[in-house]
Structure formats: structure tokens, C-alpha cells
Design a protein around this ligand. Sequence first.
Ligand SMILES: Cc1cc2nc3c(=O)[nH]c(=O)nc-3n(C[C@H](O)[C@H](O)[C@H](O)COP(=O)(O)OP(=O)(O)OC[C@H]3O[C@@H](n4cnc5c(N)ncnc54)[C@H](O)[C@@H]3O)c2cc1C
Length: 356
Amino acid sequence: MSHIVVLGAGVIGLSSALQIQSQGHQVTIIARDFPGPFETVDPRLQIDYTSPWGGAHNRWVPPTNATEEREHAMALRTFARMRELCRNYPAAGITFMPGIEYLEAPSPAYQELNAEKAKILGMEGFRLLKPAELPDDKVKMGFEYNSWCVNPMVYCSFLLRRFGYLGGKVVKKEVRSPVEIFEMRESGRVDAVINASGIGFGDPDVFITRGQTCLVANLCPATVTRQNADGSWSFSVPRNFDGGTIIGGTKEPNNWDPNPSPEVRAALLQNFAGTYPQILAKDNEYQVIADIVGRRPTRKNGMRLEKELTGDGKCIIHAYGPGGRGYELSWGVSEAVAGLLSGHLGLASQNQRPKL
Ligand SMILES: Cc1cc2nc3c(=O)[nH]c(=O)nc-3n(C[C@H](O)[C@H](O)[C@H](O)COP(=O)(O)OP(=O)(O)OC[C@H]3O[C@@H](n4cnc5c(N)ncnc54)[C@H](O)[C@@H]3O)c2cc1C
């Protein structure tokens, strides 16, 4: 049995660990941060662990280039796996609900969307909204489809618990390099390391995209996203499982400020209520729980998903840099990682065979 170490316990590391485990390997997760009861933690204390601070929902992006095609294929795989998990594990933190999108200035890829095109793209339950269903005159196009969202705290804890139940081991430790893991006594023999560290180690193509959101107790029956003509956003992601609803809208590359801005909070809440007033239905006001700032681990031209062999033949499979789509892509990524690993172990065992 091979021993594989997954470096990282975000949504990418946890999904990959479970996928590799299902192939019959012994798996250890080594990470600085693990899932916990994050609603009660100041986000600034674990800002470089992105998974607790994500929305997190599925929002389809009509693909227009090779990177988006690859991501779309992974999002479809994730959609199917989320449906299976939701059915088999009702307490996993997953909810299926309508995904509603409003666009002020739809790009050609969006303008081409109709029921036929959406079917080809696998966007289940797609329906164009009628003009009377749009929130205001600025919105030129709207549609809805079946989507899912997760409560990240519940979902990531579920993945970790399941991993442990199935015999996985965890080590809480910060490392300087994935290579270090091959030398760690507590790791034992290591056949490969999966680098699911979010931002990688010194990759010049990686940067962070800051996102400020506000967690409110108000319930929302759909995930709602509005893309404005000036490039700004407004969105809600219900978390359910007593997790409230995330109201968001900022995407700021290379902004390292960990502090939430009260002015931004006010604008986010006001903009969203303007688009989707139903959010205030109960008391005609928001019940604010917390401000959140997260750092999306973003990489130019998409995630790094590839095998690297070090000079002395150690295998590292990189799976980092999912940007704002880590949850959406997670199971597709885990399957790609498992495929790269199987390819490597198959080759390795061929090389170890005695020559006849
Ligand atoms: C505001 C906001 C909204 C978002 N909304 C969505 C959404 O709706 N849908 C969606 O799909 N995604 C969304 N995202 C993005 C999503 O949250 C991320 O893509 C995802 O969480 C990244 O997961 P990860 O596993 O790659 O990284 P992380 O969650 O950051 O995990 C990295 C892991 O590696 C470990 N690690 C890193 N370095 C070391 C080291 N040196 N030694 C040991 N361990 C190390 C960390 O401790 C951690 O365990 C959102 C993000 C933000 C901020």
C-alpha cells in the first residue's frame, strides 16, 4: 500500500485526501490549519486559511478559453459529487437551491446563453428570466438554474471527520517546503506529496484576491449574483445549517488589508438589498453577525495541477491556486490529482519491476 501525504486541509486538500483514500492508499494530511468552529473565530487570526471564509456556492461561468473549459469540466464533476454527498449525508452542510444571476452588461458568452446552450453546458434547470422578473432597468439579462451552496465550517469539518473515520491520519505542522515532508520522521515512508497549500510555495504566478463579506442571520432562499456594468459585484450565498447568509461583492487583487471596512460593509448590504429586497423580509433590516475578510488564492491562467519530479525523483503533485472557485472545482480537482497519482505510481511500479 502506498503512503501519500496531502499538504493542506482546505477544501482542495480535504477532497483530494478523501479521493486518494478511496483508491486504497494510506493517506496523511499535514497542515498548519484545520477546520474548526470558525463562526466564533476572528477571521483575521486565520486569514491565510481561505476555506472557512469562502461563500461558498456554485456559479456557472460559460467557458470562453481553455482554462475556463477545464474549470467548467471540473465544476460539472463537483456538481455531481455534491448531489451524491447531499443525498447520502444530509448533515454534510450542503444545500441545493436556485442560483439566480442578474447582469447589467452581459458579455457575448452570456448573451448566447439560452436553454439549448445551457443544456450543452450541463446547467441543470436553466431558465431565462422575463423582463418583469429583473430587479431594475439597469439589469439587461437574468437567469436561474439549479445550484448548490455549502456551509464551509460544517462541510470542511464533515470532510475531515469522514477522512479520519476511514483511517486517515492528520499532523498539525507548518512546513517550509513540500520536499521537507519526505524527510519528516512522523511521515514514515512517503511515496508522493500532494501540494494543496492554497498559494503554493513562492510561485510567481500566484497572488491573493481580497474579498470582504458580511455574514448576516437573514435567510435567503437562493444564491443571488449581480454583475454590474462597472465591473463591481453584489452577491448572497446562503450557508444554512445555522450559518446565516454571506453578503459580498469585493474582489481586490493584491490587497493585503486584513481589516474589514465599515463603509464597504454598509455598501455591500445596501447594494444587495437594492437588488434582492426579499432578504429583509422578516424585520425589514439586516441582523449582522460578523464582518469577514478572506484571501482567494489566485493564480494567473488558473490552478497549477501537475506532477513534478524533484532532482532525486521525489513526486510532488501540485493542486493550488483555485482563486474564487475552490469549492466549485474541488471534486474535479481531486479526481485530476488522483489520476496524476495513479499515473505516477503505475510508472513507479513498472520501473521497480526486476528486468528479466
Ligand atoms: C469572500 C470569498 C468568497 C468565496 N466564495 C466562493 C464561492 O462561492 N465558491 C467557491 O467555490 N469558492 C469561493 N471562494 C474561494 C474558496 O474559498 C477558495 O478557493 C478555497 O477555499 C481555497 O481552498 P484551498 O484548499 O486551495 O486553500 P486553503 O483553504 O487556504 O487551505 C490551504 C491549506 O494549506 C495549509 N498550508 C498552507 N501553507 C502551509 C505550510 N507552509 N505548512 C503547512 N500547511 C500549510 C493551510 O494551513 C491550509 O490547511 C471564496 C473566497 C472568498 C475569500
